[in-house]
Write a protein that binds this ligand. Structure first.
Ligand SMILES: Nc1ncnc2c1ncn2[C@@H]1O[C@H](COP(=O)(O)OP(=O)(O)OP(=O)(O)O)[C@@H](O)[C@H]1O
Length: 268
């Protein structure tokens, strides 16, 4: 293991294209222990692609990606035991109960079955799912499924958590608990790297915000630092300024106008 101040993630010159389009254009990034990174950008900016490359799920990139000081292209996948992942659209095994699913995932991460079951039961109870532990996931609401996913990513006490829209579907009480869990994990030196489109959440919980647009990083710093660099207003305002977007009123106006069109002379 590296020194305490070595980066846990070091990306240099990361380029990625899918068939015809360059998605990432030379991303350089170092992430350290204890950071809560909000990785944001417009739809299609390449956030999930970056995360999937780090997880070893997408190949064919150019550049260097080091996790815990090791190049992931070297073929040693042992780093995956020290990371947790919550994808945006998850393939939960709906026919399994929460107990079955979580003990299965716990075992994949190297926990013993009894240990995984013990931890999973306690964690689901803490998130208010005690009565559902032995129910099939297919009967769960969106928020309940999200809690199962969050627990599955943390059961093995990973050093880095990658999360896509982590608070999706959670009620206000659960949001407060999960935000507090992230802060507590970061204080213990864990790294949280997440994407979200909910700017007021990103503004409040990130220690560092990284904005990508057009395949490259266009802003990187704490919310206070982004404001100091002459950007005005909320993170939503800063996001819109940096991505050169000021047409939302016009677009919304046209959208509603089309919805309400009564007599259309031609459908061309
Ligand atoms: N498997 C794939 N094959 C071809 N193109 C892909 C593939 N996955 C992603 N892309 C393209 O790469 C670009 C970046 O996609 P990505 O999912 O990384 O964006 P994102 O920033 O996570 O977007 P969102 O905010 O909508 O989740 C998009 O143009 C998308 O169409």
């Amino acid at each position: 293991m590296g020194l305490a101040d070595d980066p846990v993630i070091a990306i240099s010159g990361l380029w990625m294209n899918y068939t015809d389009r360059m998605v990432l254009k030379g991303i350089d990034l170092k992430v350290y222990r204890g950071q809560i990174i909000g990785y944001i950008g417009p739809n299609g900016a390449g956030k999930s692609t970056t995360v999937k490359i780090m997880l070893g799920l997408v190949e064919g990139y150019n550049g260097k990606v080091e996790i815990f000081g090791k190049d992931i292209a070297d073929g040693d996948v042992s780093y995956k035991k020290r990371i947790g992942y919550v994808p945006e659209v998850a393939e939960l095994y709906d026919s399994l109960t929460a107990r079955e699913y979580l003990t299965f995932v716990g075992e994949l991460y190297g926990l013993g079955r009894a240990e995984a079951d013990y931890k999973a039961k306690k964690l689901t109870t803490l998130l208010g799912l005690e009565k559902s532990y032995d129910m099939r996931i297919s009967s769960f609401s969106k928020g309940m499924k999200q809690k199962v996913l969050l627990i599955s990513s943390m059961l093995h006490d990973p050093d880095i958590l990658f999360l896509d829209e982590p608070l999706s579907g959670l009620d206000a009480n659960s949001v407060m608990i999960v935000k507090e869990i992230f802060a507590s994990l970061a204080a213990r030196g864990k790294t949280i790297f997440y994407s979200s489109h909910i700017m007021d959440v990103v503004e409040k919980i990130s220690s560092r915000i990284i904005l990508i647009d057009g395949g490259d990083i266009v802003a990187d710093g704490s919310f206070a630092e982004l404001k100091e660099k002459g950007r005005e207003g909320t993170l939503e305002d800063i996001f819109n300024q940096l991505t050169g977007f000021d047409k939302y009123r016009d677009i919304a106006g046209e959208f509603v106008a089309v919805m309400q069109e009564q007599e259309v002379s031609s459908y061309d």
